[in-house]
Ligand binder design. Structure first.
Ligand code: SF4
Ligand code: SF4
Length: 377
């Protein structure tokens, strides 16, 4: 066992104690515990582990590292059920920064770090191929009034989400450009405590975005939006333009009469992505769009701040793919129970994970894809 050298978790000792001695235990609602049923991965238990370290009864070790990385997907669902509104993933993230400093990170986290440093994305994909999966006709790559921040998941896993968003913008007379040298937004690395990499990514993207002559940025990825809008300024890299999620921007275009719908969709439901909902509090814009798309929009039983996680986010899906691949099953079961034609979400990662878990059981659409279907002339 290694002695604690860092003092980062000491700064949040009181918050750790609240969970460590919590009588209510959000254990059963926890996204990771619900999948693994391993007590050591429940919020109370891993926070108790941190409390033991703070009390000097344990020390950080490789085993502690394995637990603290596997234990939390960062979904923030526990906070919605917690009487004292604790931010467990923030505490986990702080401990992970200690683990990074002590060189005690598990192998998958080291792989993300290497991939970020060498390829500027967490997926181990070639940086020079970031834009090649997009349809060439769908975007004006230079000279737009709007910047589309692509994000790694749309770039390497779900390019159709970006293509549709770009096509819609163009159809509405919104010339939209991409960054020629976009790097990962840094959210996966931020969750993993890899702060050196995060700062490099933030500095690069901030300088690249602020050098563009555009009035706003749009992204389909809630993780990118959260990172660019909320985390970059805290790190000293504030953007000089607002960053909208596609659901916000498409609603603005509809409200302005610039995006017209031609037909109604079959009954559908909506999954709130964790970073769009709980982290950014964007619940209404997607629903305003979906109510216009379908006369029979049905809510999942657990929605808004109580929505189940759809698949663990980018960091967790890369580092613990086996756990993450099962996370979306609860969302799918709820959607099937509603007997709808389509499950619509607003995040390329949610779509990717739910699509893999669904295996054709239900139609999965990003919100931009649903809008495009309803607006086809
Ligand atoms: S997040 Fe809230 S409910 Fe969960 S263990 Fe901590 S204090 Fe208890
Ligand atoms: S953020 Fe999600 S995965 Fe992490 S402890 Fe809370 S419910 Fe569990």
């Amino acid at each position: 066992m290694r002695r604690l050298r860092s003092v980062k978790i000491r700064e949040i000792a009181e918050k750790i104690a609240i969970c460590a001695y919590c009588p209510f235990m959000c254990k059963d609602i926890c996204t990771v515990y619900a999948q693994t049923k391993r007590d050591s991965l429940s919020p109370t238990m891993h926070e108790y582990l941190l409390w033991m370290i703070l009390e000097g009864r344990m020390a950080y070790s490789r085993e502690v590292g394995e637990i603290l990385y596997e234990a939390c997907s960062g979904c923030l669902l526990c906070q919605s059920w917690c009487a004292s509104k604790q931010d467990v993933p923030e505490k986990v993230r702080t401990a992970r920064m200690d683990l990074v400093e002590l060189n005690l990170t598990p192998q998958p986290i080291q792989q993300v770090e290497r991939s970020t440093v060498n390829l500027h994305n967490p997926y181990q994909e070639p940086h020079e191929k970031r834009l090649i999966h997009l349809a060439q006709t769908s975007s004006s790559r230079k000279g737009g009034g709007l910047l589309y921040f692509l994000g790694c998941t749309a770039a390497y896993r779900r390019p159709e989400v970006a293509d549709v968003a770009l096509r819609l913008m163009q159809r509405c007379g919104e010339p939209t450009q991409l960054l020629e040298d976009e790097w990962c937004c840094g959210l996966p690395q931020y969750e993993l405590g890899l702060m050196k990499a995060v700062k490099q990514l933030a500095q690069h993207n901030c300088e690249a975005i602020n050098a563009q002559s555009v009035r706003a940025a749009v992204t389909s990825c809630p993780e990118c939006q959260y990172m660019l809008n909320q985390v970059y300024p805290k790190l000293g890299y504030a953007l000089n333009i607002p960053v909208y999620h596609t659901s916000q921007y498409l609603k603005m275009l509809m409200d302005a009469g610039r995006l017209k719908l031609e037909r109604k969709l079959e009954p559908s439901t909506y999954h709130d992505p964790c970073y769009l909902g709980r982290r950014s509090q964007i619940y209404e814009e997607p629903r305003a769009i979906l109510r216009r798309l379908s006369e029979d929009f049905r809510e999942l039983r657990w929605s808004r701040d109580k929505a189940y996680c759809g698949g663990g986010g980018v960091a967790y899906s890369i580092t613990y793919p086996s756990n993450a691949s099962k996370i979306g099953v609860k969302v799918l079961e709820e959607a099937e129970h509603l007997n709808v034609e389509a499950l619509i979400t607003a995040c390329p990662m949610c779509k990717h994970q739910l699509l893999n878990a669904a295996r054709g059981r239900i139609q999965l659409l990003d919100i931009a894809e649903a809008v495009e279907l309803a607006s086809r002339p």
